[in-house]
Write a protein that binds this ligand. Structure first.
Ligand code: S3P
Length: 170
């Protein structure tokens, strides 16, 4: 484990399909850290799936929940935290993310993202008539936000989750 992480947490940000949860679990296992996923925390709080939360309460409500989760996580140590792809869209989240520990941006090219999530049905942000157009637009909007939030960027296209975890570690 890097000296940078010791006693702190590690935060993973990145677009849908960038592998935050799988890589996060792998890292937590290697470091004997806890693993948490902000989407899972929100799902458990309401006992609803993410699409159901969006359908019932709307996106603004979901974004408020993301913020509340980060407030709840404040001060947590020795934990790998995977976040939802839109967590960087709220400026108020950035200082909270950075206070948790180093922030790593898992990024992937558009073709890889589309391969991974193009047909997914459990991602409300992509449940549109044209998911490809949504991915293109959101990637363009969010790339500068991930860049701003993160201490480190790791390209994941063509890599397995283990290989990505190796890169984070090194
Ligand atoms: C979202 C990403 C999802 C989830 C929600 C909204 C987004 O998480 O938080 O559907 O706005 O990009 P993943 O990045 O884990 O798919």
């Amino acid at each position: 484990m890097s000296i940078v992480i010791a006693g702190r947490s590690l935060v993973l940000v990145g677009f849908m399909g960038s592998g935050k949860s799988s890589v996060g679990r792998e890292l937590a296992k290697r470091w004997n850290f806890r693993f948490v996923d902000t989407d899972t925390m929100i799902r458990h709080k309401y006992d609803l799936s993410i699409p159901d939360i969006f359908a019932k309460h709307g996106e603004d409500f979901f974004r408020e929940q993301e913020y509340q989760v980060l407030v709840r996580l404040r001060g947590i140590s020795s934990t790998v935290i995977a976040t939802g792809g839109g967590i960087v869209t709220q400026p108020r989240n950035l200082p909270l993310l950075r206070a948790l520990g180093p922030v790593v941006w898992l990024c992937a090219d558009q073709t890889t993202i589309l391969d991974r999530v193009g047909k997914s049905t459990h991602r409300p942000m992509l449940n549109q008539a044209n998911p490809e157009e949504s991915v293109t637009r959101l990637l363009k909007e969010r790339a500068p936000l991930y860049h701003q939030a993160a201490d480190l960027r790791i390209e994941t296209s063509g890599l397995t989750h283990r290989e990505v975890a190796d890169r984070v570690v090194s």
